[in-house]
Design a protein around this ligand. Structure first.
Ligand SMILES: NC(=O)c1ccc[n+]([C@@H]2O[C@H](COP(=O)([O-])OP(=O)(O)OC[C@H]3O[C@@H](n4cnc5c(N)ncnc54)[C@H](O)[C@@H]3O)[C@@H](O)[C@H]2O)c1
Length: 438
């Protein structure tokens, strides 16, 4: 394919050289004439492993050349890969100035150019930037409709500086946010033959994936370093701890605990986090990430209360009370905390949890419920229907099949889904359904 790459910084330069070496005909563009000259001399404008040899090679064969003229590049290509910088503004917001300028230039060129052309944004940008900011610019300049008169896609890159050439040829994944299938096909054709799974998703999802990745990487590093500092203060070898931690592929290095759902609780996580943070404080070790895990959890729980408040309704049903399915353990259950916050605000509450009802019936946990939670004990219903008949808003905190099967569609109570019930995807389009974090 004939490809123009706009912006010859780290991302653009590596993408341009690697795409050229895959057999595409590539024109790189930069506003910085020094970078354009360097590329045309067969030299790399950035320092990266293997990039020098690669640029020399592809410029030598004529597969890559550079120019300062966006119009010339766009006119001579089927795909534009936008790789301009998106730095932080002083207040932390994303600077989209370079993106907007280059999009205007591409749009102006496309207005003159006949035939299908796909604009692919590779720069990192917040969800909504492409559809709400850049597509309107393109449509205005082109005088046409995205998806019909020209293609648009978002294709974030996951290369690491230092090893980006190697990563390009062996990527962890390829993410294609496509406005329409033809736009996605154009991006997919660029990387034909490369290994790794390809994900074709809506444009805003592709934008968000990059942030999920980088936020998680930062969080992992911060977590490991804080844990290391606490271990050091307690005289424990942190690397030995993490060697064992990392070997656990069931609960630690795994998809476990990584899907948005309800707040955590139970008899271990809150208690152990509190004592670890306390031990760090006693040892004078600052652990801001660990310190904020419980407040983060509490803020998440508050989101459920806020969703109920926003409905303006007073009669509330809560399905689920124990801290996770299959148990009647109520100690530090986040659903108990939620019930207490709602009760404290004067909501007219009814609660159903099959395991808790059963344990009341057989005497297990009865003492705990009746002594520690007498205010909640009197709110417990004996059946799903009793709650449904009462409630204007239903909070679903359990995957109990009897509860899920009884949940009404349409005109019934508002369903506030705390756990992402199995048919959440379909229900998301229905009025009267609200997901906690999806
Ligand atoms: N550096 C990385 O490892 C990395 C990794 C993944 C994603 N990203 C993202 O990719 C994007 C680019 O990052 P980078 O590190 O390559 O940035 P960079 O600052 O190194 O390069 C951007 C280049 O774009 C050029 N440019 C600006 N406006 C232009 C225009 N109108 N026409 C042509 N060229 C123009 C600049 O002169 C510069 O050379 C950013 O959104 C960044 O967040 C970077």
């Amino acid at each position: 394919m004939r490809v123009s790459v706009l912006g010859l910084g780290y991302v653009g330069c590596v993408s341009a050289a690697c795409l050229a070496s895959l057999g595409h005909e590539v024109i790189g563009v930069d506003v910085n004439q020094a970078k354009v000259d360097l590329v045309n001399e067969g030299k790399a404008p950035v320092v990266e492993e293997r990039i020098g040899e690669l640029i020399a090679e592809v410029v030598g064969t004529g597969a890559l050349r550079a120019t300062g003229d966006v119009r010339e590049a766009v006119m001579g290509s089927e795909v534009s890969l936008v790789c301009v910088g998106t730095p932080s503004e002083p207040n932390g917001s994303l600077c989209t100035t370079y993106l907007e300028r280059v999009t205007e230039q591409i749009g102006a060129a496309l207005a003159e150019r006949g035939g299908r052309h796909t604009v692919v944004f590779r720069s990192t940008m917040l969800p909504g930037t492409c559809m709400n900011l850049l597509v309107p610019i393109l449509e205005k300049y082109v005088g046409g409709t995205a998806g019909a008169d020209f293609g648009v896609a978002v294709n974030p890159e996951f290369l690491r500086e230092g090893t980006s050439v190697r990563d390009f040829f062996d990527p962890p994944k390829t993410v294609i946010g496509e406005l329409d299938p033809a736009s996605g096909d154009a991006v997919s054709a660029l990387y034909d033959g490369l290994p790794g799974e390809v994900f074709r998703v809506p444009v805003p999802t592709a934008e968000a994936i990059k942030y999920a990745d980088n936020a998680f990487h930062g969080l992992k590093i911060g977590f490991a370093n804080e844990l290391g500092a606490v271990c050091q203060a307690l005289g424990v070898d942190s690397h030995q701890v993490m060697d064992v931690f990392l070997a656990d592929r069931k609960l630690n290095i795994s998809p476990a605990y990584l899907r948005p759902g309800f707040a955590f609780g139970g008899s271990c996580l809150p208690k152990d986090l509190r004592s670890l943070v306390y031990a760090a404080q006693r040892a004078d070790v600052s652990v801001p990430i660990l310190t904020h895990v419980l407040p983060s959890n509490s803020a998440h729980l508050q989101r459920a209360v806020d969703l109920v408040e926003r409905t303006g309704k007073r009669r509330v049903g809560l399905f689920g009370l124990s801290f996770k399915p299959g148990t009647d353990d109520l100690r530090e259950s986040p659903l108990v905390e939620l019930a207490e916050r709602l009760f404290g605000k004067g909501y007219d509450l009814k609660i159903y949890d099959a395991n808790v009802s059963l344990s009341r019936l057989i005497g297990a946990n009865r003492e705990y419920i009746e002594n520690r939670l007498p205010h909640l004990a009197q709110l417990l219903a004996d059946s799903v229907d009793e709650v449904l008949e009462h409630a204007e808003v239903c909070l679903v905190g359990t995957g109990d099949p009897a509860v899920l099967a009884a949940l009404p569609h349409g005109d019934g109570p508002v369903i506030v889904d705390l756990i992402r019930i199995p048919d959440a995807e379909a229900r998301r389009a229905e009025p009267g359904y609200v997901g906690l974090a999806w």
